[in-house]
Write a protein that binds this ligand. Structure first.
Ligand code: IPD
Length: 265
């Protein structure tokens, strides 16, 4: 392993442990099942006390461990610049978390300049952790993962992320295209976990019209490692602002891309 690669591997190991502790903090603070606990940033956009607490916990630990690295959080924005930059979504799937549901995760990605190089996605209520180091594999609970072999849209399951940032007509048009293709639709409330599902073959594709770097930063290395087809999210503005993403198993990517008019190049 080169010294650069060893530095990333070392960081991934540290991140794994920090995210595990952060996940436990989130579990301890998780609301009971019921109506949403938290405040609404805008219609259907939730913020819980845990988002802030988990981000502060991770920011603090990473600053102590790797003070020379950059750091960016969903809640706090870019706190430090650096050639290596951590990007955290403290709770991805906040709308689920706020109602005591299980489908949410803590997501921590590592970029080298504008290249995603490693990521950890921990879903404590599901008992699952995804890890990836580009060039060294992608894993779910320590077992290597791969994309699904599904080729036929009639056997495919495709998820589309929803947020209030996308006009209703646009969401309906893309969802309609997915269903016309013959695929089974889903929308599960966590972009990071949906992309991880594509990487491990539980989904055949995921699209979201407006999504942010912190939602995808930890998933991009997973997708790269398993050879998933991914639209150029970062090159299309995702490094600095919201952008569109399509990720799919390579057998179905072209058909999905054509159906929903999201180019793969
Ligand atoms: C949201 C989730 C959701 C996606 C939204 C994100 P948050 O992140 O990932 O699935 O559709 O675009 O904003 O608010 O739960 O961190």
């Amino acid at each position: 392993m080169s010294s650069h690669s060893s530095a990333i591997a070392y960081r991934l190991e540290a991140a794994r442990s920090v995210v595990r502790d952060a996940g436990q903090l989130a579990m301890a603070m998780r609301p009971a099942p019921g109506g949403p606990a938290g405040t609404q940033k805008s219609a259907q956009d939730w913020l819980t006390e845990t988002d802030g607490a988990v981000e502060a916990f991770i920011a603090d630990r990473m600053k102590t461990l790797f003070p020379e690295d950059g750091f960016q959080g969903e809640e706090g924005g870019v706190a430090r610049d650096g050639q290596l930059r951590w990007v955290v979504d403290p709770i991805d799937g906040t709308s689920n978390y706020a109602r005591g549901r299980n489908r949410w995760c803590v997501s921590l990605g590592l970029l080298d300049g504008d290249r995603p190089v490693a990521g950890v996605i921990e879903a404590p209520a599901l008992g699952e952790v995804y890890t990836a180091h580009v060039g060294h594999g992608a894993f779910l609970n320590g077992k290597r993962i791969q994309v699904s072999p599904v080729k036929e849209p009639a056997s495919a399951m495709i998820e589309m992320g929803w947020s209030n940032r996308v006009p209703r007509e646009v969401f309906m048009e893309k969802m309609d295209a997915i269903m016309r293709l013959g695929a089974m639709p889903r929308s599960g409330g966590s972009g990071a976990l949906a992309l991880a599902d594509v990487a491990c073959g539980r989904l055949d594709g995921y699209i979201e019209i407006v999504i942010n770097l912190w939602d995808v930063a930890a998933a991009l290395p997973l997708l790269a490692e398993v050879g998933a087809s991914v639209s150029p999210f970062l090159a299309n503005g995702g490094l600095t602002g919201p952008a569109t993403i399509l990720a799919a198993n390579p057998h179905i990517a072209e058909a999905l891309s054509a159906a929903v008019s999201i180019p793969l190049k």
